[in-house]
Design a protein around this ligand. Sequence first.
Ligand SMILES: O=C(O)C1=C[C@@H](OP(=O)(O)O)[C@@H](O)[C@H](O)C1
Ligand SMILES: C=C(OP(=O)(O)O)C(=O)O
Length: 435
Amino acid sequence: MEIKTSTGLCGEVDIPGDKSISHRSVMFGALAKGTTEITHFLQGADCLSTISCFREMGIEIENTADKILVHGKGLHGLSAPRRTLNVGNSGTTTRLISGILAGQGFESLLSGDDSLNSRPMNRIIRPLKEMGAEIESIDGSGCAPLRIRPGVLHSIDYTSTVASAQVKSAILLAGLYASGTTSVTEPVLSRNHTELMLNSFGADVAAVIHKDGSATASVRPCEELFAQKIKVPGDISSAAYFIAAGLIVPHSELLIKNVGINPTRAGLLDVVKAMGADITYLNVNSDSGEPTADLLVRSSSLKAVTVEGAAIPTLIDEIPMIAVLAAFADGTTVIRDAAELKVKETDRIKTTTEALLNMGADVTPTEDGMIIRGGNPIHGGQIDSFLDHRIAMAFAVAGLAADGLTTIKDSQCVDVSYPGFFETLQRLQGKANEN
Ligand SMILES: O=C(O)C1=C[C@@H](OP(=O)(O)O)[C@@H](O)[C@H](O)C1
Ligand SMILES: C=C(OP(=O)(O)O)C(=O)O
């Protein structure tokens, strides 16, 4: 994909459904009694992987133009898959489904693409085994392919060293099938969609934040989940690209609609505010159970910030985009406490800093983040996405504000979380040119 310097972006963007919530609505819908109706579902490749895994286990899922209908069969209604479950590129599918599969009375195999099969799975294997699950990395590498056999689960009180919603969710989902109350404590609170959604499906999940900032979620074993009607809010992780583009492309004004602003996800908004962004919140409401807002974003002069600590899990997927913003900001931005970036679709400390260097930025990778000295002229470059959707989108936005032409290699990988991303970007440029 070729990206030219933009003279301004203008118009409205309707943000596609939240990836985390879309995955969970299919999973919990499959385990519930009755038909769960999901609107504004994200039709990205990752969420389609989740759908295909549950279809493979006998769940009828209708995917129509305006809604998804999941005909759930109850907590014990899944049937043994005849093939290896293909989890594609999706860490969320793999780790959450493993928690569910640990509680089933059949054997299953899980495998994904090269990126997925090199991401660490011991973080879920260890606690699930502690609960009595029979789960293993087939080649012993600690990565997928995974084999899960029937096991008898009992509750644990697990303390996780990483703030990871995927780890937390895998344990809580296995906890639905365990004897006793299962709890997970994480060093700081990660996204809490599993806790909120399981409760609305009828499970008994409690959440506490401790004085030192650590957080515990606990779940009681469950008899039954009940089908729900879910309206998925727009994904703030997808909105991030348009928020950033509106800020760094001169003469821009974008109305970004229906953005989920759950505080466990919305750290990006605090960061850009601290950088001096001109953003107005409109139409703030919680009609869909999660808070949403429309965001009016105008071009702004940005200044450097420090991004660290408890904020990191609330913006982890937005860090490549934040790093690009920092390259256009005045002063030195420090991002730390973000070693988790190394185990995403790519090592995002490496892929982000290499792409920034490629475009002329002054950046130094560190063990747990990066240091970006803003103010260097940013020029177009040939950017390898390494098939990482977040890298492709963050550097497409960088290209809009850079001097000269930018090329994004393997740009179709944006379909993982944002099909239609480039078409939307194109439409907003057209609007600015008309004005
Ligand atoms: O639970 C989820 O839906 C997700 C959790 C995060 O991963 P970790 O839990 O591994 O940090 C995030 O990076 C991913 O895009 C989605
Ligand atoms: C890390 C991500 O997703 P997952 O872990 O589900 O592959 C992401 O979408 O940036």
